[in-house]
Design a protein around this ligand. Structure first.
Ligand code: HEC
Length: 395
């Protein structure tokens, strides 16, 4: 052999750096600590099945004066207050089904201001029992007939840094990845997601690169993705949701500078998410990248898993903390290609009162084929714009 062959060096195949180890430890400690404090987010788990008939009685005695007999709001001549622009019309399925029961419950117990809404919405925590509140929510759910089978907000699991969830969303995400070692490099993705007809979503992802290439800072747009997602199946009863997406990566990035593939790529994938009792969840995503010109980029496939636990103080109604860990795999289609495996522990936290602004930070560490693949620090800010303007709902 012309080249010197080293015996297989196990440390280059499986490596566990200190950074992810530390992150994993932080994640585990927070997981155990929050678990020990018995904070959980209330979702689909009730001690007693809600009784919507009793809910109707509660609604008619306490809510009808403002929200009206049909849930559209009482006539403006009979109500003295001016309606805030976020005033709900409970017959609008597209607006109400994406709201989890726990979001309504927080507002009913603690009043509008607890989620950054108007103080005109009173607090009923002292007037109604826990069961009465579950009952009135069950009754109010009936205002929307949901003939279009929009997926329930409970199935909108916390977004992971890399694994794409199944739930169609209205959100803007600014997500940055930077090298933890080697030459500095930043990639920021500006991602816009918008639902239409409840079960579908369009997505536009514009990556912007900023890199130190041989001590010269260079920047440029990468390959822009256009995506179309459709939810195929969801069930609140079983806690499952399945969707498929077709993506088109346009060759907008400069290939010579390493910012793009130089060829159009099709990216089909499927996502399946499962929510368990006590708010443990798993999200799976599997798909392929199929470039048109395979001399420029290889065909590849990927499969990703995110495991997490959503928890919040105040019986699940307070600030939401979601530790997660992702396992990410990718390999080229050609035979003999090996699989790149990465592990990514992370923590997502809601930062605004309304919980429509969230941040997530994590460290992605390669643990197979590590040569030339640096650990990365990932971070995003997410704005669920259907829940209000960016600056609203903080206090
Ligand atoms: C004095 C009038 C008034 C009464 C009584 C009232 N509400 Fe409201 N409610 C409001 C207003 C106003 C809003 C909109 C607040 C905003 O968007 O800033 C609201 C919003 C809500 C929301 C929406 C939260 C969201 O996420 O969009 C829920 C749920 C709700 N009320 C439930 C109830 C229930 C249940 C009752 C009876 C137990 C009730 N309300 C009684 C005025 C009232």
């Amino acid at each position: 052999l012309g080249r010197s062959q080293k015996p297989l060096d196990i440390s280059s195949v499986t490596r566990f750096g200190t950074v992810p180890f530390l992150a994993l430890a932080v994640w585990l400690v927070s997981f155990l600590l929050l678990g020990a404090l018995h904070v959980s987010a209330q979702t689909i788990h009730y001690t007693k099945t809600p009784d919507s008939q009793n809910g109707e009685r509660v609604y008619k005695s306490g809510c009808i004066a403002c929200h009206g007999s049909e849930g559209k709001g009482a006539s403006e001549s009979s109500t003295v207050f001016t309606r805030p622009d976020t005033f709900p019309d409970f017959t609008r399925c597209d607006q109400t089904t994406p709201e989890a029961n726990s979001a309504w419950k927080a507002v009913i117990i603690h009043g509008g201001p607890s989620r950054g809404f108007s103080q005109i919405m009173p607090a009923f925590g002292e007037l109604l029992s826990n069961e009465e509140i579950d009952d009135v929510i069950a009754y109010m759910r009936g205002f929307c007939n949901n003939t279009h089978h929009y997926p329930a907000g409970e199935l909108n699991l916390p977004r992971a840094l890399v694994t794409e969830k199944a739930f169609p969303e209205d959100e803007l995400v600014i997500s940055t990845a930077m090298n933890a070692s080697g030459p500095p490099s930043f990639t920021t993705d500006v991602i816009h997601e918008q639902t239409f007809a409840g079960r579908n979503q369009i997505e536009v992802d514009v990556p912007v690169n900023y890199e130190d290439q041989n001590h010269n800072w260079t920047s440029g747009v990468g390959d822009i993705t256009l995506g179309l997602k459709r939810e195929l199946y969801s069930s609140l009863k079983t806690g499952s949701i399945l969707s498929v997406q077709g993506g088109l990566l346009l060759p907008t990035g400069d290939r010579s500078r390493g910012f793009g593939n130089g060829t159009t790529t099709f990216e089909p994938f499927a996502s399946f998410d499962q929510l368990f009792k006590e708010n443990t969840f798993v999200q799976f995503q599997a798909g392929a990248d199929l470039p048109v010109d395979t001399s420029k980029a290889p065909r590849s496939m990927f499969w990703r898993t995110a495991i997490g636990q959503a928890m919040a103080p105040d019986h699940g109604l307070g600030r939401l903390f979601t530790p997660m860990v992702e396992f990410l795999a990718a390999r080229d289609f050609q035979s003999g290609a090996s699989t790149n495996w990465d592990v990514l522990p992370e923590m997502q936290v809601t930062v605004s009162r309304r919980q429509h602004i969230r941040v997530d930070v994590g460290v992605q560490e390669p643990f197979t084929n590590t040569s030339g693949r640096s650990a990365q620090v990932l971070f995003y800010v997410l704005w669920d714009w259907a829940d209000g303007k960016f600056w609203e709902g903080w206090r």
